[in-house]
Design a protein around this ligand. Structure first.
Ligand code: ATP
Ligand code: MG
Length: 563
């Protein structure tokens, strides 16, 4: 590897530079730019998802790395779809991810005047013309990949005529679609995007920002380079589908004679295997009521990940692990889970919660007695301190921590077996009570007072967690699985619809939590010992009733590539 492609990070670890960094290094060396500027340009037509997080953190990360600027710009050139709700949610998500645009929040519609002036400039240079062909005719004249296009009969209008007609377009003299402004480039170009592309269209629509001021709107390929150039963006990073549009991008900034034209660089989109990421699909799930809004914890919109209990740090780590490349690929959801698990492992206290409870009665424990145990909050991180937990004669344990007739290698409670109740005492199972259907209702045991603290010379193979019945907090806990059926694949081959997993959510209504969890508030999250990481739900938890979402379970088969 070339030495120029290596960088020394803190801790002097040598990391290879990604291809975008290499381009920027070269540009700075050549003096093409003094200071770099990047931007994130979302269209406010939905909520952001994990793929956008990659783009945000990439752009923001580069600006920071090179001591440059990062702008947030709403691409609101299309007046039909934009909604204020989306603008607000996008701002909240970008800020939550830690990407700081400081005072540089822009709207593409702020540049409508500049774009209009740009169009007039092109007309004056003989580089744009008003065309009367309708949409179908334009498509027909455009040709195909194999055949060159045909020039429009309106292509050779004079500059004066074009100026007048364009002015008329702006003044509302034509109906939608009656006339368009086209760049005059090359109908024989092998790149179809260069075959006299439409750059302005008539659309009598109210825009959320400019109201009825305009009835002509610029097309994306014309507008985007102007937005970048006006803001002094140096590296305009976008995804691969724009690669074929780059010659047009370059043409626009060149013909408009920007002194320091921005440079478009494409990278591959982030995809997660077997996960619905596209805005369109998420939107449909929301509209069809299959999920509970854009922030349903089963989705991978940023709002959903936040509600589920993911942290900005975990997503930063994930994006870092994914890397930047020019080749499309798909990443395992397990990697995202790995990142959140690693992030929370040392940061969160480990509490006791019983999700599928059954009563455990310690028959030789004095009735009415309560004692308190000081329990460390995180054995791997002493700085989290400890807490007091009450213990008494009646407890709740997990139903599957008892078996009347144990299977092989079952080391938890069964008649005659001794186990450790986490951090407290050894108990020996003496039997159980059952209802008329044979379902176990209560498990009985005796404890050994000599094993206080859960230590003894005797060895036991099982340690189970518990919650004190007298002061347990009742709560709802929701467990999530993939929204789509992984066996069948995300999309139905026949009609393109989603193959939904009917069991993507499991709601446990009768969970018991240790008393220290009372009063927990979103977005607080905890480890529930032996179960996973859980976060208070920001929508449904109330002061009287806690609702937790499982963020991720404790174990996984996911292995970090190369590890
Ligand atoms: P979607 O296809 O999900 O609707 P989009 O590309 O239409 O997304 P925009 O709001 O236009 O969404 O995108 C804003 C920026 O985010 C663009 O620069 C786009 O290239 C980038 N982006 C969108 N999806 C991804 C992804 N999966 N991975 C990386 N970047 C993405
Ligand atoms: Mg889009």
């Amino acid at each position: 590897m070339d030495d120029n492609n290596l960088r020394v990070e803190e801790g002097s670890e040598v990391v290879s530079r990604n291809f975008i960094e290499q381009i920027i290094d070269q540009d700075l060396e050549d003096g093409a730019y003094e200071k770099i500027c990047t931007r994130f340009p979302p269209e406010p037509n939905g909520y952001l998802h994990i793929g956008h997080a990659k783009s945000i953190l990439l752009n923001y990360g580069l600006a920071k790395e090179y001591n440059g600027q990062f702008n947030l710009r709403f691409d609101d050139t299309n007046p039909t779809k934009e909604k204020t709700e989306f603008v607000e949610s996008i701002k909240a998500d970008v800020a939550w991810l830690g990407a700081d645009w400081e005072d540089r929040l822009f709207f593409a519609s702020d540049y409508f005047e500049k774009m209009y002036e740009g169009a007039v400039k092109l007309i004056k240079k003989g580089k744009a013309f008003v065309c009367d062909l309708n949409a179908d005719e334009i498509r027909e004249y455009r040709g195909t990949f194999d055949t060159p296009g045909k020039e429009s009969p309106y292509r050779n209008r004079s500059v004066e005529e074009n100026l007048e007609l364009f002015e008329n377009m702006k003044n509302g003299m034509y109906a939608d679609g009656e006339k368009v402004l086209r760049a005059k480039i090359d109908m024989a170009s092998p790149n179809i995007n260069m075959r006299d592309p439409v750059i302005y269209r008539v659309a009598h629509m109210t825009h959320h920002n400019t109201g009825d001021k305009w009835c002509i709107y610029p097309m994306y390929d014309f507008a985007h380079p102007i937005e970048d150039a006006e803001e002094g963006v140096t590296h305009s990073i976008c995804t691969l589908e724009f690669e074929d549009h780059r010659p047009l991008y370059d043409w626009v900034v060149r013909e408009l004679e920007y002194p320091h034209p921005p440079k478009q660089i494409e990278f591959a989109k982030l995809y997660l295997t077997n996960v619905v990421t596209g805005k369109r699909y998420i939107k449909k799930l929301v509209e069809d009521g299959i999920v509970d809004g854009w922030d349903d914890p089963r989705l991978v919109s940023i709002a959903a990940l936040r509600r589920r209990g993911f942290t900005p740090e975990s997503i930063q780590k994930f994006v870092e692990l994914c890397g930047v490349s020019k080749a499309n690929s798909s990443v395992d959801y397990g990697m995202l889970e790995y990142c959140i698990r690693e992030d929370l492992k040392l940061k969160r206290p480990r509490m006791m919660a019983v999700l599928d409870p059954i009563k455990l009665v310690i028959d030789n424990y004095p009735e009415g007695q309560t004692e308190y145990f000081e329990i460390p909050n995180n054995l791997e991180n002493e700085s989290l301190g400890s807490r007091k937990v009450a213990f008494g004669r009646e407890l709740y344990i997990e139903r599957d921590d008892f078996m009347e007739e144990p299977v092989k290698k079952y080391f938890r409670l069964f008649p005659g077996n001794e186990v450790r109740l986490m951090n407290t005492y050894f108990v020996t199972c003496t039997g159980c009570e059952k209802d008329a259907d044979g379902k176990v209702t209560v498990v009985h045991c005796t404890y050994d007072p000599e094993t206080r603290g859960g230590v003894s010379e005797r060895k036991v193979k099982g340690t189970i967690h518990w919650v004190n019945a007298a002061n347990a907090v009742k709560a709802t806990v929701r467990l999530y699985e993939n929204l789509v059926d992984e066996e069948k694949g995300v999309y139905n081959k026949e009609d393109g619809s989603l193959n939904l997993n009917p069991d993507s959510i499991k709601v446990l209504e009768n969970c018991y939590l240790e008393e220290n969890l009372a009063g927990a508030k979103a977005p607080e999250s905890f480890q529930f010992v032996r179960q996973g990481f859980f976060c208070v739900d920001s929508k449904d938890a109330t002061a009287d009733h806690l609702v937790f979402n499982r963020i991720v379970s404790l174990k996984s088969s996911f292995k970090l590539p190369g590890a």
